[in-house]
Ligand binder design. Structure first.
Ligand code: AHR
Length: 492
């Protein structure tokens, strides 16, 4: 039996709700069809935005949405996406399938989407191929409340008041698709562009995010922290879980147990990567003024057979759900420094929370993880520890049990436990320090490692009440099934 200790006396950091964010790019069927179908579509919509997706994302508790890219952001020119739709300039989406982008979804449509979902906006500016003036004027257009050329243009286009722009990134992956820069050059370019990202409302400052490292590129973090830390609020890490190699990533649905574990071990690697980047950040910024942001993460599998390779459409199994849950537990545990994360991407692209087929829509196992975990948003992380066996090798290992625990303002404790073992359950005895437990209830997501929701069987993987536990005076004893995620809600 494994021992699980939760200590409500050890109140750690606040779990920023934005750790549960999403990312939506002009890529494949994410924006067009997935989120936006246009006002004249037969698919039910509000102002062209899919009603089913708005409802699903509200229910999931989506706190923040990142847009318009990704690689797309560094070739996006915002002025092409405002004004009467018939007059909007078209462009070629060179990164993603070479399709023609008609710019019918632009700044106004994005903020409308965020307002309907009830989430904050996180916009990535174009540093790679745009000018300082262009970036500066976009921020003026969005956030200036007075009388100015850009705010008047916004008004002419139908929006009187400025929007609340919570986060703004100064470029994306500028070590790669965003301009192939070295870190020293980017740090200087960042400072130049960020200077002109003006704060027009001191009550609602725009939080500035600098392009951070690609997974294990510790040199990038070092250079950015050394040369530009005083001008940024957050540094953005990207980490994707690729089972085999970038050339041959592996199927999203057809894999054996060995591949299941390879994938999970690669996902778990993010724990070490975060730790090592934080060590560097702590050296330059011991006061923890600059946050670590993980604004692209998730699994990247081969595209579904027969689909456009540039559209990155993949199915989503219980394996992806386990990746999501273990990653979110890790992010919670680092919430003293990690303030926002954005899974890639919301719909029809990579580790999506939803898939669409024309008017049809389904929720993936990953969606159910986000909905289960939303109870952690804004809570206080508690000190917690679980004993566990490990699989894999010394340098490439995976704990069988991975957890995090938090407490809300009413003193209710939420604990999310993942069992990564493909075949065996684990018995756990949870004790909550100095606590008399009144009640425990629980919810589970489980299935075979390769179970997924299809348009013929949309509810194959879904959450259910979990009852295989006994409440004790100071906790509970539970049998956590193989390949499962269990959320315990503990009232005292
Ligand atoms: O999420 C897909 C792509 O992955 C993004 O456009 C880019 O930033 C990253 O390489």
């Amino acid at each position: 039996m494994e021992k699980y200790l939760i200590n409500p006396n050890e109140k750690k950091s606040e779990i920023c709700k934005d750790i549960y964010g999403n990312f939506s790019e002009h890529l494949g069927r994410c924006i067009y069809e997935g989120l936006y179908v246009g006002e004249n579509s037969d698919i039910p919509n509000e102002n062209g935005l899919r009603t089913d997706m708005i409802e699903a994302l509200r229910e999931m508790g989506l706190p923040v949405l990142r847009w318009p890219g990704g690689c797309f952001a560094d070739e996006y020119h915002w002025r092409d996406g405002i004004g009467p739709k018939e007059g909007r300039k078209k462009m070629i989406n060179t990164h993603w399938g070479g399709v023609v982008e008609d710019n019918s979804f632009g700044t106004h449509e994005f903020f409308d989407l965020c307002e309907r979902i009830g989430c904050d906006a996180y916009i990535t500016g174009n540093l790679g191929s745009g000018t300082v003036q262009e970036m500066s004027e976009w921020v003026e257009y969005m956030t200036f409340g007075g009388d100015s050329p850009m705010s008047n243009l916004r008004r002419k286009n139908g929006r009187q008041e400025p929007w609340r722009l919570r986060y703004f990134a100064v470029g994306n992956e500028n070590w790669g698709c965003g301009g192939n820069m070295d870190p020293y050059y980017y740090a200087n370019t960042y400072k130049k562009y960020a200077t002109y990202v003006r704060q027009y409302d001191s009550d609602k400052p725009v939080y500035k995010v600098a392009c951070g490292p690609n997974s294990e590129d510790y040199h990038w973090t070092e250079e950015l922290m050394k040369n530009a830390r005083w001008m940024m609020n957050g540094l953005a890490l990207h980490y994707y879980t690729v089972t085999h190699s970038w050339g041959q990533k592996g199927s999203a649905t057809e894999f054996d147990e060995n591949e299941y574990y390879i994938c999970l071990r690669k996902a778990y690697k993010i724990e070490e990567i975060i730790r090592r980047h934080l060590e560097i950040m702590n050296r330059y910024d011991p006061e923890k003024r600059v946050d670590l942001i993980v604004d692209e993460w998730g699994t990247w599998h081969d595209v579904e057979p027969g689909t456009n390779p540039g559209f990155l459409y993949q199915q989503n199994t219980m394996r992806d759900a386990v990746v999501a849950a273990l990653s979110l537990n890790i992010f919670n545990k680092h919430s003293d420094r990690i303030k926002m994360c954005n899974i890639a991407q919301t719909v029809n692209v990579l580790q999506a929370v939803a898939l669409t087929d024309g008017a049809d829509m389904l929720l993936t196992p990953t969606y159910h993880v986000f909905r289960m975990f939303k109870d952690h948003q804004g809570n206080t992380l508690l000190g917690s520890h679980i004993t566990t066996d490990m699989s894999g090798t010394e340098n490439d290992s995976l704990p069988t049990l991975i957890e995090s625990a938090s407490e809300d303002a009413d003193g209710v404790i939420y604990s999310t436990v993942v069992n990564t073992n493909a075949e065996e359950s684990r018995q756990i005895k949870c004790q909550i320090a100095d606590t008399a437990v009144k009640s425990v209830r629980a919810e589970i997501l489980t299935g075979a490692i390769d179970d997924y929701n299809s348009f013929d069987n949309k509810d194959k993987v879904r959450t259910a009440a979990f009852t295989d536990f006994e409440t004790t005076a100071d906790g509970f004893v539970a049998e956590v099934p193989a390949c499962s995620i269990v959320k315990f809600v503990i009232e005292k």
